[in-house]
Design a protein around this ligand. Structure first.
Ligand code: 5RP
Length: 233
């Protein structure tokens, strides 16, 4: 395991201390939260915890099924107790860029259904200003060219259609992803989220503003629990 991989594992496992018996959990997507999901399976099988999960992607669904975690569909889940998920970037206000794995729409639905959200990350995800990571925007696959033109008026850099090999990357909802190069300029993420969401053909924007309550961040100095002071945890 490389150094960053070990940090991801540490963060993923450490976040599970917020889990209590009987909870309904949002299960995020990505290589960091994967370790939380493995730990959740252990809490069920070895510690006898009664937990149920709502997966945010087909990848997370199949991993959770393999590990024996009982699952609910998004549409059948009411309010969830806690979502644990990764992020591509987080800032000091606990605002996030997500969608590097293309699961942003289901991730946002699940996070918004949750009483609280904990992000698991290694230290490389912490930024002063959001936007060094290209902002993922999920769009209608038939309309992506028109949407790209509209978003290009707002975005100072390139707006690229995400590819998988020679074909566009397709999300679990059959959408496409536009990766928007803002550079580290997103100082007002809420206004930008609204501006992009207002563009016809946009399904969801990878900005998560005011949703995350804590970040469990692993670095070579160990685990840091960053808890939002006016948050829900
Ligand atoms: C998927 C996501 C992921 O949570 C994000 O990309 C972080 O993933 P990783 O932990 O693999 O770096 O938003 O849509």
């Amino acid at each position: 395991m490389g150094d960053v991989e070990i940090l991801k594992e540490l963060a993923g496992i450490a976040a599970c201390r917020f889990i209590k018996d009987g909870m309904a959990l949002g299960l995020g997507t990505g290589s960091t939260v994967r370790y939380s999901i493995i730990e959740i399976a252990r809490l069920i099988s070895e510690e006898g915890m009664d937990l149920i999960g709502v997966p945010t992607s087909e990848d997370t669904r199949s991993l959770s099924e393999e590990l024996g975690i009982p699952l609910l569909k998004i549409e059948d889940a009411g309010t969830l107790d806690l979502t644990i998920d990764g992020a591509d970037e987080f800032d000091c206000n606990f605002d996030l860029i997500k969608g590097g794995g293309g699961a942003l729409t289901r991730e946002k639905i699940v996070a918004l259904k949750s009483k609280s959200m904990v992000v698991v990350a290694d230290y490389t995800k912490k930024v002063e200003v959001l936007g060094a990571f290209d902002l993922p925007v999920e769009v209608d696959s038939d309309l992506w060219e028109a949407v790209r033109e509209d978003i290009s008026r707002i975005c100072p850099g390139q707006v690229n259609l995400r590819m998988k090999g020679s074909k566009p990357f397709e999300t679990d909802n059959q959408g496409f992803i536009l990766d928007c190069r803002f550079g580290p300029t997103i100082s007002d993420p809420k206004s930008l989220e609204i501006a992009i969401s207002d563009t016809p053909g946009v399904i969801e924007v990878g900005l998560f503003v005011g949703i995350c309550d804590a970040v469990i961040m692993a670095s070579n100095d160990g685990i840091e629990e960053l808890i939002k002071s006016e948050g829900r945890i």
